[in-house]
Design a protein around this ligand. Sequence first.
Ligand SMILES: Nc1ncnc2c1ncn2[C@@H]1O[C@H](COP(=O)(O)OP(=O)(O)O)[C@@H](O)[C@H]1O
Ligand SMILES: [Mg+2]
Length: 395
Amino acid sequence: MYGIGVMSGTSLDGLDIVCIDLVAYEKNKEITLVASKTVDYEMNFKEQLSEQCHNHTASLAKITMMNAYLGQFIGEQVIQFLREQQLLVEKVAFISSHGQTIFHEPVGAEGIFEIPSTLQIGDISYISEVTRLPVIGDFRTADMAAGGQGAPLLSFFDANFLYSSSAGRAIQNIGGIGNVTFVSKDEKAPVISFDTGPGNVLIDSAIQKLTNGEKKFDQNGEMARKGTIHEQIVEQLMQHPYYEMPLPKTTGRELYTTHYLNEIVNEMKGASTEDILATLTAYTVETIKQSYGRYLPLEQIDEIYINGGGSLNGYLMELLKQAFPTKKVAPLDGLGVPAVWKEAIAFALFGYNTMLGIPNQLPSATGARREVVMGKVAYCDGNPLMRFQKLRGET
Ligand SMILES: Nc1ncnc2c1ncn2[C@@H]1O[C@H](COP(=O)(O)OP(=O)(O)O)[C@@H](O)[C@H]1O
Ligand SMILES: [Mg+2]
């Protein structure tokens, strides 16, 4: 019995698809990755997605159409993935899809719209129609309706699967945005989770801009490594009010826009592409370092595990090790969870909880009033729960 997890993050780099073994999971909460794949988005599609993430370039018609298109695309890609991996559709209990965040307003705007809200596109009915499987999606809204920020959702996964009684752990995701979960070795201590700031988003935008789209990201941080960090720029960037805001707090692409990047590039006029990339990489590391000092019990952190695409950036990893010389800094793979697939795996497991009506969010991290079961279900043929039971051999 399989669960499929699908994730498309703020980096807009592509669609991560994983298949996990639900039999092993039900037996002893074991996370077994059966297969995984990233479908890279084509540049044109990525640009169109990116346009819909900003007020001044978004169009109502495009968002509506892309919601359907992306849903259909995800469905087709999951079918192709199953075929390539020779996994039987009949054995899949459900697909659980995060969708693509277009806009995220964690606190709420002024006036009558003073209410947290979010929009993920890639409609689950389209995924369900293409695959003929039950599909779970639209997770964040349930948390936000209950007063939460709808993020960071991975804190639930971290608290449940990455706890250790012998080491305090910081689980640091470096996707487009960076976020951390602190899991104390004291089981009763509260789990603390928040967005640290930029992950790869500025590094990606800068390299795409400065190489005229030739490079999508800084492979292993090789270009940045050749540059010199402009410390005074990093210091200046750290003055942003987000880094002093009280918890709970989350951020998104909204803060790290092309406009923001252009300002940095202008400020650094005359600097080489390598210098700009080195400085932006150091900026990401500095936001992590300073926020740990400000919001976490630093002395209680023994190990820092990195997941997300940033874990593949050797230079970024090196700077992180320098920032925390007394702590173990390593990719999450060290704990048996593949660093780049963690988010998709987590969403597969969140979907499992949705199906069974078990809460799948952590109010202490999101700020919600109470525990809720996040996620909505798109039925396809028949009752999805009965399909589940049939696969388990219960009927
Ligand atoms: N080999 C690599 N070297 C450096 N950076 C990488 C590498 N592979 C991926 N990345 C970075 O990771 C990003 C994707 O990370 P991901 O965890 O998928 O983020 P998101 O969840 O925001 O989509 C890419 O946009 C890129 O910046
Ligand atoms: Mg991604």
